[in-house]
Design a protein around this ligand. Sequence first.
Ligand code: MG
Length: 262
Amino acid sequence: MDRLFRISYQGAVQHAVERAGALYPVSGDIFGTHTLGAAIPGGLNATGLRVLAPVTPSKIICVGLNYKDHAAETGMTLPSEPLLFLKPPTAVIGPGDPIRLPPGVGRVDHEAELALVIGRRAHRVPRARAWDYVLGLTCLNDVTAREMQNTESQFTRCKGFDTFAPVGPSIVTGLNGEPRDVQAWVNGQRRQASNTRHLIFPIDYLVEYISFVMTLEPGDIISTGTPEGIGPLVSGDTVTVKVEGVGELSNPVMNEYVGVIL
Ligand code: MG
């Protein structure tokens, strides 16, 4: 099991592998041929080192209503097939980056989710081979402008704002679909707690289902949906997504001020 990070360090953005407590910079293509350099002194605590979102996906495919308990709390009927929507790559931020609340959109919620990162181009992959195409697992916060969502039948606007897709802190390789706790914490208080055993559509099913529609490229992200317990974020909060055996992704929350262009 490795943890694959993307870091900014000494003026360069690169991937790095954390293995047995040491952090090694990656040369080459993390999805193909690559080599590891000499360990970075201090590892993730090296002076000036910053952890970025672990990949820059061409697309993020999200699954709505994939936990029975969350479908119940939103009053929506259980889907007979996965409900898919896309988040734009411009929504991605890394650990520690602020989630910016847009002006005038009302309530904005956290959604703690287990996500997977595609490792090989995937087109019409059968379920039995799905894990061959998964590089590893990570955490994702499917931040949602809830009041906006409730006024529209499409999710592009309410889930597509810049900063509405925190991802990371790393991609953990060598894992499988065994059950994992998924939690959201806000300011040290637990707000969501469930387990992926309650997923309606599991990871291998989703890879088959989604790759039937669209080719998945290396680095693309599939986010598996959120359990019950969704709740609002306000400026000054710190929200943490925890996925058992995968990691903890924390982000501060701040208001985006009217007139500020990012
Ligand atoms: Mg979601």
